[in-house]
Design a protein around this ligand. Structure first.
Ligand code: G6P
Length: 616
């Protein structure tokens, strides 16, 4: 989704901005722009539809000088992707420029009142009202930029992360946030400030950051301490934090795409996720969040999982794990539905929020609602220091490193790993899981990264078998039990990156509808592992076969029944049913990847999708 990069300091800003935008490309966008205040004090703005490279082309040969600037990648909400609708937006006088992430919900009424005052609008965006409103307040009340921004934001309903620059004040930059993330990097001795929608573009310059909180407005001036006020104009002390992240993780490391690198990194990521949490020798799990909130979790009468997209699929697996091991009823909700449904939350309910980015607007709002109704919220998050990590009462990071490919892969296996650790540790605390079962599962979980490695060895086989399916129009994915959510996730991966329509279904439900779609043109991916439902899935496969469907079967090593019926077979090592999603999801990720690559698509940045969905 939209990305912001800003810089004020002593270096030339343009390279910092372009470099930063490229680091944010993974978020998904359709146009880009930048504004700089040049050496001779002029505000220069460049915008282009398309990619950051198109913006650089647009700015080629133009004046891009200046040590203060901001830039933006836009993911269209109000108005089509175009240079006019791209940010920065410029005020009536041409002296103020603004970039914005989020949505201004009351933009229509603000726009109408400004039109009555003689303001003219060039774009179809909601954002343009902000820059005009700030200019109107600044001129009418003859205030500083900081004050004008603060007052303007008290009139606004919606979500925003904004940066504003003023040609008349070439030594300062003002930023603010509500519900849309914004991080400020503090460079050398306050001589320079970096600013971005997440820490990725900042990390190569400084590790000292301030996470801007909701309804805070920040003033950055060269050589001065950063100043933060809230919308009521109280001073806020900036909390400077040190971020630790390895820049290497945001490089492709020789892989053609981030997505492939991330698929292949899963054994290491899961090891990292379990590090210090599985005490292998003692066959024991230690999760500090459970230790610290033991009473509350052991006595939870119900757990509600809220999430979106792939994280929601991880939640469906979490439900089965927690119900099986802890005997606590679990509801899994789309955060976007939960937040507007006036849900029933009783005393003793615990909410688990799952999010890779930690910034998904609907999940963040669901957390706010749950907490306002008295629930304790446990977060399962990847992005350290993100809004969701900070908005939850407690939680566990999945620690799989930045995920750059828009289609989530390693974050999914990280989330499922944490949910497994959670269910095991809580089940043992509650006594609903016997010591023998617990130790058996812990020991097997410890082996999972090695087994994932074995699954990855079949990548070239999957690449080969996927060839005939490159140009089909539909796919069906079937699974049962723990592998029903994997079928949903496999279908989602294919949709996201190959644009082929795909449906995931619980295998037995196929006969209640999707079976009508099956003919010799329809590939059906069947997850048929050696678990208690194997025989049932086998019958479902026969039903597909009887209608000439093309069967791609995912089976356990040594299988000789399904393998004889299927058109193509992928084998995975034997494991426990409850841990099988950690292995079975990998071939489906690879299948989607190879189909999309052969279709010549942009695997890491699929059309219309965003990595961090900061609008509802
Ligand atoms: C977007 C991403 C998905 C992700 C979903 C939820 O749609 O493209 O990959 O699963 O958001 O994101 P979260 O960061 O909350 O897990």
């Amino acid at each position: 989704m939209c990305g912001i990069v800003g810089y004020i300091g002593y270096k030339e800003a343009f390279p910092v901005l372009m470099n930063g935008l490229r680091r944010l490309e993974y978020r998904g966008y359709d146009s880009a722009g930048c504004a700089l205040i040049s050496q001779d004090g002029k505000l220069n703005v460049y915008k282009a539809k398309g990619k950051v490279a198109d913006l650089e082309q647009e700015a080629l040969g133009q004046d891009v000088s200046g040590t203060l600037g901001m830039s933006h990648t836009r993911w269209a909400t109000h108005g089509e992707p175009s240079a006019v609708n791209a940010h920065p937006h410029i005020s009536q006088s041409g002296r103020l420029a603004l970039v914005h992430n989020g949505i201004i919900e009351n933009y229509v009424s603000i726009r109408e009142s400004l039109i009555k005052k003689g303001y003219e609008f060039k774009s179809e965006t909601d954002t343009e009202v902000l820059v005009q409103l700030i200019e109107y307040i600044k001129n009418t009340y003859r205030t500083s930029l900081l004050k004008a921004v603060r007052i303007a934001l008290t009139k606004v309903i919606g979500a925003y992360a904004i940066v504003v620059v003023d040609q008349d004040h070439p030594h300062e930059m003002v930023a603010a946030r509500k519900s849309s993330p914004l991080v400020i990097g503090i460079g050398e001795e306050n001589k320079e400030f970096f600013l971005a929608s997440d820490a990725t573009p900042i990390m190569e310059y400084t590790r000292k950051v301030v996470y801007v909180n909701d309804e805070e407005v920040v003033l950055m001036k060269r050589g001065e301490e950063i100043k933060i006020v809230n919308l009521a104009n109280d001073n806020v002390n900036p909390e400077i934090q040190q971020i630790e992240a390895d820049m290497g993780v945001v490089e492709k490391d020789g892989y053609p795409h981030f997505m492939l690198k991330e698929i292949f990194s899963q054994p290491d990521c899961v090891r990292e996720c379990m590090r210090g949490r599985i005490l292998a020798k003692e066959k024991r799990i230690v999760l500090s969040a459970i230790v610290n909130h033991k009473e509350l979790l052991v006595n939870a009468s119900r757990i509600i999982i809220v999430a979106c997209g792939t994280s929601w699929h991880a939640g469906l697996i979490g439900k089965q794990l927690i119900e099986q091991m802890c005997r606590i009823p679990v509801d899994v909700e789309y955060a976007s539905e939960f937040r507007y449904r006036n849900p029933v939350i009783n005393k003793g309910d615990v909410v688990i929020a799952i999010s890779q980015s930690g910034e998904t607007a609907d999940t963040l709002a669901a957390i706010g609602l749950a907490r306002s109704m008295g629930a304790t919220v446990f977060g399962i998050v990847n992005a350290v220091g993100s809004s969701i990590a900070r908005a939850t009462d407690t939680g566990t990071y999945i620690h799989v490193g930045p995920e750059i490919g828009v289609a989530s892969t390693k974050a999914f296996t990280g989330q499922v790993t944490v949910l497994t650790l959670f269910a095991l540790a809580l089940g043992r605390e509650k006594g609903t899981l016997s010591r023998e079962e617990y130790e058996e599962i812990v020991a097997e979980l410890y082996q999972i990264p090695d087994k994932m490695q074995k699954v990855l060895e079949s990548a070239s086989h999957i690449e080969e078998l996927s060839k005939p399916y490159t140009y089909v129009r539909n796919f069906i994915y079937l699974g049962r039990g723990f592998n029903y959510p994997v079928a949903l996730e496999g279908a989602l991966k294919l949709k996201e990156i190959s644009y082929i329509h795909a449906e995931g279904y619980p295998a037995a439900e196929m006969k209640h509808g999707p079976i009508a779609l099956i003919d010799s043109e329809m590939p059906v991916v069947c997850i048929a592992l050696h678990h208690q439902l194997y025989q049932k899935v086998l019958s479902n496969i026969q039903e597909v076969k009887a209608r000439n469907g093309k069967i791609i079967a995912l089976v356990t090593e040594g299988d000789d029944t399904v393998s004889k019926i299927a058109d193509s077979v992928i084998t995975i090592p034997a494991t426990l049913s409850c841990l099988s999603p950690l292995l079975s999801c990998i071939p489906l990720q690879l299948l989607a990847y190879y189909v999309a690559v052969r279709r010549g698509l942009n695997v890491d940045q699929p059309r219309n999708l965003a990595k961090s969905v900061t609008v509802e």
